[in-house]
Design a protein around this ligand. Structure first.
Ligand code: URA
Length: 247
């Protein structure tokens, strides 16, 4: 059967794009193709549909039995282009058995310099939420980001960067198995929920990530610019405190 030339051209373009995609994934140590996230959900607005996979990365990552092993398996990561601008890879901190896990977007300048998530001004506000609001210490909870290296000028992480890095977060969640995840800000929320809905619609309601209860709320950096919305975050955090009582 003769394939019309416009379809041939389209097929050629698909093949080129697929080859490029597989090459990127191979460079990232991703060897298996997995199905895209469930079709009823969508990726964050900054991510092209179908770019985020539930794929396992290197088998050593998948087989890690502890956070230390996972960190070791990530190594001096060059799976995406962010490695070239980082001072430190910011893996995550806190209690490996934490009941509550906070997930942000990506390290900023202070976090990059220190190698620890949420240590700048927004981090101080998050610490206040944890200590003054929840009456816990930072050592009681676990804190991580979707992307482990600082994007230049704090821009949003790009789809290939999320694709390379999110499996580490997924494994962190798998190892900590918190009772509740608090997703901080539009990017982390849309990414974890595979949703394009605005954070204003998603926050304050329970959702799920990997069968774990997830509460979306505003990012502390947003609260620094919009302190009037702190009361909404407090409402969200009170729901988390309630959920933790019965966990
Ligand atoms: N913002 C984030 O999303 N994560 C950090 O670690 C710091 C600031």
């Amino acid at each position: 059967m003769e394939i019309p030339s416009d379809e041939r051209e389209e097929l050629r373009e698909i093949a080129v794009a697929l080859r490029r995609h597989l090459k990127t994934r191979a460079g990232a140590g991703i060897v298996a193709l997995a199905k895209p996230a469930a079709t009823t959900t969508t990726s964050p607005s900054s991510l092209a549909a179908g770019n985020v996979f539930d794929a396992p990365v290197d088998s050593s990552v998948g087989e890690s039995k502890s956070l230390e092993e996972l960190r070791a398996s990530i190594g001096d990561c060059r799976r995406c282009k962010l490695w070239s601008g980082r001072t430190n890879l910011v893996f995550g901190v806190g209690n490996p058995r934490a009941k509550v896990m906070f997930v942000g977007e990506a390290p900023g300048r202070d976090e990059d310099l220190k190698g620890e998530p949420f240590v700048g001004r927004a981090g101080q506000l998050l610490t206040d939420i944890i200590t003054k609001g929840m009456k816990l210490s930072r050592d009681d909870v676990y804190i991580a980001n979707v992307v482990k290296c600082r994007p230049p000028n704090n821009r949003d992480p790009e789809p290939d960067e999320v694709e390379a890095c999110e499996p580490f977060l997924k494994k962190q969640v798998d190892l900590v198995r918190p009772k509740v995840i608090v997703a901080l800000g539009r990017f982390a929320v849309q990414c974890l929920l595979r949703s394009k809905q605005p954070i204003t619609r998603l926050r304050g309601q329970w959702h799920e990530y990997e069968e774990i209860k997830l509460m979306p709320t505003f990012h502390p950096a947003y609260l620094l610019r919009n302190p009037g919305d702190k009361k909404l975050v407090w409402e969200d955090i009170q729901k988390v405190i309630e959920a933790l009582k019965s966990a």
